[in-house]
Design a binder for this molecule. Structure first.
Ligand code: UDP
Ligand code: MG
Length: 136
């Protein structure tokens, strides 16, 4: 059964800074994702706080929001069958130490905070996150 989905991906500041944008996009394309929309932006800390609101009670929240707003990021809408879970698999575990061979975080992640990519964790959140960056 086909189940075409869209998900939001972000190439985080640590990866943009190391010029990994094209390598990471190639990994998505090689797995069959289409990049429907994309833009390179830098956001304010206040916007990062809205984006990561789900984590506002966590001890790492302030650092996380400071980090996401610390430099340019690339936000993308990715599409393929079962894109949400497929992107999570391609990203790998949150902590690059735990990420499997062949995943983006295994290949490029530096640490649990500088883990190179964000990806929506559910179809519902994907819609919210795509609207957050691309609603005009
Ligand atoms: N994070 C962190 N310290 C932690 C857990 C998470 O800095 O102990 C950061 C990490 O960059 C992660 C982000 O917060 O990507 C969001 O956390 P989440 O649990 O949603 O992980 P993800 O969905 O990105 O794998
Ligand atoms: Mg998450």
């Amino acid at each position: 059964m086909n189940n075409l989905e869209q998900t939001l991906s972000i190439i985080k500041p640590d990866a943009v800074e190391r010029n990994l944008e094209n390598e990471i996009k190639e990994m998505f394309k090689n797995k069959g994702f289409s990049i429907l929309k994309q833009k390179k932006i830098q956001i304010e800390k206040s916007e990062a706080e809205k984006f990561y609101k789900v984590h506002e009670t966590k001890p790492f929240y302030s650092d996380l929001c400071a980090y996401l707003s610390s430099g340019p990021i690339v936000v993308m809408v990715l599409e393929k069958d079962n894109a949400v879970i497929g992107n999570r698999e391609l990203m790998g575990a949150t902590n690059p130490i735990d990420a499997k061979e062949g995943t983006i975080r295994k290949k490029y992640g530096i640490s649990i905070d500088k883990n190179s990519v964000h990806g929506s964790d559910s179809v519902e959140n994907a819609k919210i996150e795509i609207d957050f960056f691309f609603k005009d």
